[in-house]
Structure formats: C-alpha cells, structure tokens
Design a protein around this ligand. Structure first.
Ligand code: NAD
Length: 470
C-alpha cells in the first residue's frame, strides 16, 4: 500500500513567480509517473475521503460563516461529495481498464485498444455558492484519472477557501495537489500558466475569459457555467408535491444554486392553485417570518444583495419581497406580472426570487425557452408523457429533471454539465474520469506476414483498392 504523504502548509495568495515554481514542481511530480498506478490513485481517493470526514466540522463552520448555510443543506450538498469519492473508489479499476476495439478485415492481423491516460497537471477553479463541493468533486475525477492538480477556490467564500486549502495541504504532497488562494489577480496569474486541462465552474462571462486564456496554450477546458433554468409546470400534476419541490429547489442556499429553477412557466389553469400551494410550502418550511428561520441562508455579498434587491421592482410581489441589508437577507419572493424585457427575465437571478409567467398553450412556453440561451437545467412538472416528450424533444438544456428539481445532479451515474452558453463538457462519476483523461487509440500489428497491396509500384492494384473501399 502506498503511503499518503503529509504535506507542508502552503502560502496563501502566492506571487506569479511562486505559481510558476509550483507548476514546475507539479510537472516534475507528474513526469515521475507516480500518479499513474491504480494503487496510488486509490490511496489518494481514500485519503481525500478521510480528510473530508476529519475536517467536517471546520467545513460546516466555514459554510455557516460564508453563507449562513444550514447544516442539513451543507451535509446534503457539500459534505455529500463523499458519495462521489466512494463511487470513484468502487469503479476506478474498471474505468482504468483499456477497452479493445474490433479491427477491420483488411487490417488483420491486428488488435485495437483504447487506453485512458492522465492529462497531466490540471487546474480547477471554483465558485462561491457550493464552495467546498465544487472544488472537491472535480478533484475526485482529476485524482481518479491520475493527474496532478492545482486548486483555486473562490475568494468570495473566504472561510471555505481557507478550509479547502488547509484540508488539501494536510492531505497531499503539494507537488501533487495544492491550493492557491486569492481573487481575480491570482486567478489570472494562474491562468497565464500552461496547464493540460482547465476545469472551471463559475459565470458565463468569466468562462469566456478562462477559455481565451486556455486558447493561448491550446489547453482543453471544461466549463461548468450558469444561466436561466426554466421550470415548466403543466396542469396535470400533484399540486402540493410540485409546489414543495419547486420551493425547495429555489430556496436551498437562498437560491444561489446554478441549477435552481430560475423562472416558472405555468399553465394558466393551474397557476392559482400552484401559487397558493407554493405560499403554503414557504410557510411550512420557514415559518411566517423566514428571516427568523435557522434553515434559510443569506446572500453571499453586499454586491449580490444589491443586485437582487433591484429585481424586486421588475414585477408585482405576490409572496415575500422583504429585505434587510445588514444581514443580507432577501425573503423568499414570487414575482407576477413580469415583463420579458425586465432584467429579472434577462439575467441569471441566482437568488430567492422567482418570476412567474402563465401560458395558455405549451408551445408558448417552449418558444420562450428556445428564445433564450440553452440553460444548464430544465424542469418539467407533468404526469402527461406526451407533454414530457414534447418538451424534451423541442428544447435543449444541460440536463432535465422531470417532476422534481435539483435532484438530477446527485446520482454519480448521470453526467452533469451544460450545453451552449451553460457550459462545455460534463462530470460526475465516470464522466469525471473521462473529463480528466485522454483516450489514446492504439493499434498493434505483428510480423507474421507483410502483404504488399499498399506499396508502390501501384500498377495493377487499383481494382483491389476500389473493391476494398466498396
Ligand atoms: P465567477 O465566474 O464570478 O467566479 C468563479 C471563479 O472565477 C472564482 O474563483 C473567481 O476568483 C474567478 N474569477 C473571477 N473573475 C475572474 C477573472 N476576471 N479572471 C479570472 N478568474 C476570475 O462565478 P461565481 O460568482 O463565483 O459563481 C456564480 C456563477 O457560477 C453563476 O453563474 C452560477 O450559475 C455558476 N455556477 C455554475 C455551476 C455549475 O456546476 N455549472 C455551479 C455553481 C455555480
């Protein structure tokens, strides 16, 4: 069994020079070949799992400080990364196995193989909304695929960034995996380096900056971005369940979730009943005054609080609307009578505000979804299979969840990622391994004989070629 090295603490916010030095050391570590062995990868995954368990209370406290994240939500959505580690541990051997590929008759005797190999030194940049899980979950794929990794957590969740850096430093040799902390300047200094892959989670605008930086070195990217994820509600539903599932998906982490339902498109006939049930669900979850609930998170920064407060003017407040600048509180809010041109319908909301738009015919809802960039998630609430199929076939989105929200992100067997402006590439489970691997095609020939049909002189061989090509 390979020993997991105990690493030295690293310096926060290193200079560009220090980043260059870190990179060189990681490259040397990768070149040593250590990361390729199954036993090594397994040991590192097991070490990561132990580290998450050991640092659990620190992580929860940091998430509380950064986002007032309720403990249950933190377990479910952040510490829950342990399930992803377990899945990788369970399947690692099978993922690493080369696959054979059938070779055509004219190539015989020959064997074909497709071998996964690690990419090298990879960069993982994370956002602030699920600041722990969104650093570690891609890291699971990077380790499983046999890479070295440099992590750059978000400076907007500084306490969690610290804990991630500490956990990583206590668990891994920094020449293998390390963290650099800091804001935009550090991110830009890191992006100036040549990596073998960049895995970025964040907003679409910064995604473009990351991709431009990667292009300088022709580095491949995975971009896990955001967007406006629609929630289409047909009339054939169980109203209370639908209401609870939408309210929950919209309000965990106070709406600061990349796949939160961004806006609601609801059949006009069911709208009054659904809104009444949603109001009841908000009260059931958070009481008459959600600002007093221990289960309701806060907005991450003053800047985001101000941005969100502006949206409250974009429609008629049906539920909620209360705010408090000091505690960065925004009440669970439903907005009616919203203009499609209003900022709340043009920008990703990323907060606890849900605009509602009624439709008379499903085609109207589909047309509206199609008029916007392809979203990261799309939600369909309907018992009617034809309605489900029509929406599935006529819209494009990173993923879809039918009759629930958010939950499709959880199973490791479902790749998670965006399409178009909501992202490039996907991860979770085997998809994470694939994201951080290069699949190398290998053909093996032997020396049994050497037919001369392809060699010059070509005279008399053309007819044979024509028959081969068909
Ligand atoms: P962001 O894009 O502002 O920041 C993400 C990271 O990029 C941070 O680490 C930050 O330091 C760095 N960064 C910021 N400006 C930069 C610049 N100019 N150059 C280089 N690096 C820079 O995103 P955010 O505000 O932290 O997160 C919110 C966004 O992330 C939302 O749009 C949300 O939908 C998206 N998101 C997507 C997913 C997903 O899985 N697809 C998950 C969570 C969040």
């Amino acid at each position: 069994m390979i020993q997991v090295p105990i690493a030295q603490p690293i310096a926060a916010s290193p200079s560009p020079l220090a980043i260059g030095e870190l990179m060189q050391r990681q490259r040397r570590f990768f070149e040593s070949g250590q990361t390729r062995a199954y036993e090594f990868r397994l040991a590192q995954l097991q070490a990561l799992k132990q580290a998450v368990k050991a640092h659990q209370s620190e992580v929860l406290a940091a998430l509380k400080a950064d986002l007032n994240k309720p403990e249950l939500e933190a377990y479910l959505t952040e510490i829950g990364v342990i399930k992803e580690i377990d899945y990788a541990i369970k399947h690692l051997k099978a993922w690493m196995r080369p696959r054979s590929a059938a070779m055509p008759l004219e190539q015989q005797p020959a064997k074909g193989r497709i071998m996964p190999e690690p990419l090298g030194v990879v960069l993982i940049i994370g956002p602030w909304n699920y600041p722990f899980q969104l650093m570690l979950s891609p890291l699971v794929g990077a380790i499983a695929a046999g890479n070295c990794a440099l992590l750059k957590p978000s400076e907007i969740a500084p306490q969690t960034s610290r804990v991630v850096a500490r956990l990583i430093a206590h668990t891994f040799d920094p020449d293998y995996i390390t963290t650099v902390e800091g804001g935009v300047e550090v991110s830009q200094a890191v992006l100036a380096e040549r990596f073998d892959h960049i895995f970025f989670t964040g907003g679409t605008a910064i995604g473009k900056i990351v991709m431009a930086a990667a292009a300088q070195h022709l580095t491949s990217v995975t971009l896990e971005l955001g967007g406006k994820s629609p929630c289409i509600v047909d009339r054939e539903i169980q109203v209370e369940y639908t209401a609870r599932r939408i309210v929950w998906g919209k309000l965990i982490n106070a709406g600061q979730t990349c796949i939160a339902p961004d806006y609601l498109l609801v059949d006009r006939e069911i709208k009054p009943a659904l809104l009444a049930a949603m109001q009841a669900a908000v009260r059931e979850f958070y009481g008459d005054d959600p600002s007093q609930s221990p289960d309701y998170a806060r907005i991450v920064s003053d800047k985001h609080w101000q941005r969100l407060s502006q949206y409250l003017q974009d429609g008629q407040v049906l539920i909620g609307g209360e705010t408090d600048a000091t505690s960065r509180y925004i009440a669970p809010t439903i907005l009616d009578q919203v203009s499609l041109d209003a900022p709340v319908m043009q920008e990703e909301i990323f907060g606890p505000i849900l605009p509602v738009i009624a439709y008379d015919r499903l085609e109207e809802a589909i047309r509206l979804v199609r008029s916007k960039s392809k979203p990261l998630a799309l939600y369909i609430f309907s018992r009617n299979k034809e309605v489900q199929t029509q929406i599935l076939q006529q819209t494009s989105s990173g993923g879809v969840c039918i009759n629930d929200t958010i939950m499709h992100i959880a199973p490791s067997a479902l790749p998670f990622g965006g399409v178009g402006e909501s992202g490039i590439g996907s991860y979770h489970g085997k998809a994470s391994f694939d994201t951080f691997s290069h699949y190398k095609s290998v053909m093996v020939k032997n020396f049994w004989f050497d037919l001369k049909w392809r060699y010059a002189p070509y005279v008399g061989k053309l007819e044979l070629f024509k028959r081969l090509v068909g």
